[in-house]
Design a protein around this ligand. Structure first.
Ligand code: HEM
Length: 350
């Protein structure tokens, strides 16, 4: 009997303490949650997580919360709030899950930092540091992993969209034929000459972002997003899918329209809205953006200069639904690479 009273009293005190602590504070609306399980049963859906999260905003608003077991998670669905997390308060949200001790201020070059940490006072590499060879190899591995999966996935999505929208492929080829021709292959300095290709890459990264929820960020301190209180250690999911498909920011967001990134004359690249950041932003932005953009430009321009991409003989167009596996991947599909007549003739006469 006594123990029951004591436990009830403790629960009551805890409840009152929680209430007092949150007095005057406003928290994002939270999905229903149960002890231990958190909101797990309310998050079950046959849809991809980012699509389900986008639907939930109709009921819970642009920013809402849920419990993943004992972790408090906040989902941000609007670009202005996302910018606050990534840019304005970038350092406050710079942690990743399980990296709470990471000191973002001191990092200029990740690999430099790791090697420095391994060097002892005599300037020699030491085995007694907290950072082991394994850590360094794992980090380099992560970077290469992030590099290969992401860029190859965007190339596959680009090809799939060009099969669905052959006029986009034709326009890019016309641009390449006129500005580069067939006597040489495109180089990086040609990028500004091929704005339609650049606009197409931007549109692919918008409509099918590689990381539709970015990589989770964690609050390093008690802070806020908009008018809402965010306690230290909260995990933040930035719903890039919702941001890139927001109908109040994008005209017909479900349509593939590279020309939305071009001015009226279709000559200059433009950014029609700020609701766009396929590589994240701020202190934890993608470190491979420059490399990725260069790879995508070279790969696509070289292919389209030489080949026509056509639907396979079975006539099946690729599914554009996608599946999340490390990155947001397109499902495997077949296609035909047909050597372009103009390219072949140019090679014969060279
Ligand atoms: C089109 C290709 C790529 C896209 C769309 C992309 C996108 C992203 C995004 C959205 C993030 C998370 C940003 C955040 O959470 O705020 C990220 C992080 C990262 N990306 Fe990329 N990425 C691409 C290619 C690459 C390449 C080529 C590399 C390496 C060579 C790379 C290395 C990384 C690394 C190491 C991180 C983690 C950064 C950190 O935690 O501080 N990515 N990328």
């Amino acid at each position: 009997m006594w123990w029951f009273l004591i436990i009830s009293l403790l629960i009551l005190l805890y409840y009152i303490w929680q209430k007092l602590r949150s007095l005057g504070k406003k928290y994002p609306m939270c999905l229903p949650h149960l002890p231990i399980l958190g909101s797990l049963i309310y998050l079950k859906s046959h849809e991809e997580t980012h699509i389900y999260f986008t639907k939930l905003k109709e009921k819970y608003g642009q920013i809402y919360a849920f419990w993943l077991g004992s972790y408090y998670v906040v989902v941000v669905n609007h670009f202005s709030l996302a910018k606050e997390v990534l840019l304005k308060k970038g350092k406050e949200f710079a942690c990743r899950p399980q990296m709470e001790k990471f000191d973002i201020d001191s990092v200029n070059n990740l690999l430099d930092m790791m090697l420095k940490a391994k060097i002892n006072n005599n300037g020699l590499l030491t085995q007694e540091s907290e950072i082991t060879d394994k850590h360094i190899l794992m980090t380099v591995g992560d970077i290469f992993g992030a590099g290969v999966e992401t860029s190859s996935s965007v190339i596959k999505w680009s090809i799939a969209y060009m099969l669905h929208y052959p006029q986009v492929q034709e326009t890019i080829q016309k641009e390449i034929d006129q500005k580069i021709g067939f006597t040489r292959t495109p180089v990086l300095s040609d990028r500004h000459q091929l704005p339609f290709l650049e606009a197409t890459v931007r549109e692919v990264l918008r409509i099918r972002p590689v990381a539709p929820l970015l990589i989770p960020h964690v609050a390093r301190t008690d802070t806020s997003i908009g008018e809402y209180t965010i306690p230290k250690d909260t995990r933040i999911y930035i719903n890039l899918w919702s941001i890139h498909h927001d109908p109040t920011e994008w005209d017909e967001p479900e349509q593939f329209k590279p020309e939305r990134f071009l001015d009226k004359n279709k000559e200059q690249l433009i950014m029609p809205t700020a609701s766009y950041f396929p590589f994240g932003g701020g202190p934890r932005t993608c470190i491979g953006e420059f490399l990725a953009r260069a790879e995508l430009f070279l790969f696509l321009s070289w292919i389209l200069q030489r080949f026509d991409l056509e639907v396979a003989d079975d006539g099946k167009l690729p599914s554009l639904e996608g599946k999340f596996a490390m990155v947001f991947q397109i499902l495997p599909f077949k296609l035909k690479f047909k050597l372009r007549k103009a390219w072949r003739e140019a090679q014969l006469s060279a």
